[in-house]
Structures are given as C-alpha cells and as structure tokens.
Design a protein around this ligand. Sequence first.
Ligand code: GDD
Length: 314
Amino acid sequence: MSRLLLTGANGFVGRILTARLQQSGFHVTALRGNSTPADSTADEHLVCDIRDAKALAQAVAQVKPAYVVHLAAISHVPTSFKDPLLTWQTNVMGSMNLLEAIKQHAPEAFALFPSSSEVYGAAFKSADSVDENTPPQPLNPYAASKVAAERAFREYSRQGVKGVIARPFNHICAQQSPDFVTASFARQIALIEAGKQAPVLKVGNLDAVRDFLDVQDVCSAYIELLKLADKPGHPPCLNIASGHSRTIREVLDLLLSLSTAKINVELDPERLRPSDIPVAVGNARLLQETTGWQPKIPLQDTLRELLDYWRCQA
Ligand code: GDD
C-alpha cells in the first residue's frame, strides 16, 4: 500500500478525498492544522500547523510518504482580503515549508499541489476559455498567494521534487462551508423552509459566471493526477473544469426550483467583493487528453444533494 500524506485533511475536500484515496488503495495519513477531533476516516492522524516549518519537517520525516497531496490553504476569497497576512503565511510559506520538508525527508515522493483557477483572474476577461498557457493575472490576495505557491513548487520541481499542479474550478457539494456561494444559498433555503430564517435569501453578485464541478469529480481528477507519478514527461500543470458556464443567478434559480417555500431574494452589500472575477470558465482538454478524466455528475444532482444536506442540518 502506498503511503500518502494529505494536508488540509479535515477540510471540505480533505474529508471526501481521504475516503476516495483509501478506496483507491492508498494508506492515508491525515495532517490537520488544529487539535479539533478528526472528522475523517484516515488510517493515521497528525496535528501540525503547516506554518510551523520544524513540526512539518518532523511529520514528513515520520511518515516518509510516497505521495503528498497538499490541500491545506486559506481558500475563501473574502477572508484573503480581510487577512492577507494569514493567507500568504499559510498558502505561500506553508507550501514552502512542505516543499522543503519533502526535499529533505521524502525526496522520492510525488506531490499533488492543488492551486486554483482563481490564478487566471483578469485573464478571464480577455480569453473565451483559459488554458494552462494563459498567463495568470490574479485579482485578489488568495489568487496571488496561489500564484506564488505555484512558483515555489516550480522552483522545487527544478531542484528535483516530483509532482504536478492542479488548477480546479469551483467545486461544491454537501459539507462545504456556507462561506461559499452554493452552500450559503442552500443553507438559507433550508433554514427558511424550517422556519428558522425570515423568508429573505441574502445574496451577493448574481451576475458572476462560474464553472461548477461536483467535489467527487474533482477528487476523481486528483486520483488520476496521482497516477502521473509513473508517467515522466507529464504536463506540469492542469486545469480541472467542466467547461460549462453558469451565472450565479442561474444556480440560485436551480436551487430555488427545488423548494416550494416562498422566498424573496435580497442583495446584501456585505457580500459584494472589492474585486470579483466576472466570468471564470475553464478548459480541461489537457487533463482529458492526459488522463482520460471527464466530469460525470450533473449540476442539478449536486445541488439536490447539497440542499438535502442543509435540510438535515437545519
Ligand atoms: N461566497 C458567496 N456568498 N459568494 C457569492 C454570494 C454569496 O452570498 N453571492 C454571490 N456570490 C458570488 C461571488 O461574488 C463569486 O462571484 C461567486 O459567487 C462564487 O463565490 P464563492 O463560492 O465564494 O467562490 P469563488 O469563485 O470566489 O472561489 C471558489 O472557487 C475557486 C476555484 O475557482 C473557492 O472555492 C476558491 O477556493 C477556489 O479556488
């Protein structure tokens, strides 16, 4: 069984990916940043803040992984505006700490480095669909920190660390924090249905266009990308996208159509951002050609599961 170290294991994607990795035959050591009880099925658990270089080096030396998946990050765009220092320390220095630990203590490991489609930023405005050759033009601290983390990864790769960068577009489903748009809307609908919120659903920018994927499809892509360890000469960086564009308004309407509650929609200025990418749609041709991956789960199914999840929580 291949030993795999997963950072950010207690996050939304981490918990789902842990189970998928185990089903694919990996022995998963889950690294989480705080001592809250592990909500994960991982084979082993370690508590370590990735900003602590010494502790992280010890963890990597202890696990001696054959694979590393680095999910730990500050991933919420508004949080990155509110706390840029935390964002850069976690996303850039945390990544540096991990890369250095891999170089020193697990030099044969293959690392999957999830970045983000957010790195393209302003480039979305000038291209119909961006591919991996489109130069990043980040528009927020989160995206800028991911560009910097990618640069660090490329530098360590030049020095011999093996791995691949992924740039996933918006991935959603049950268990995601309501800080993110679809979870926020689904949660509010569930609370309104349960009589726990006045029938007013607060929204931000409904005109933005995003490329949504079910988190399970993204996890499938991650598992395919780990197989590139056996394929020298693979592309260094690959988008994970559906290629379908949806306005946030369209997604809201789909969610509202799953409810019989009478709901008014109201703009909450607090939910507007200093700068918001108007359109973010991706091109995953390279991933499809390299691994055969295809997204399988229709958005309607994902939204139904998401709303049912929040109904159970309400
Ligand atoms: N969060 C949130 N809440 N966003 C809203 C709301 C709301 O009430 N109303 C409208 N929006 C709009 C945002 O302005 C943005 O245009 C869009 O919905 C999506 O917002 P998020 O769900 O917060 O995601 P994101 O696009 O900023 O970033 C997500 O996707 C990236 C990959 O493309 C995050 O998951 C990032 O971590 C990820 O890298």
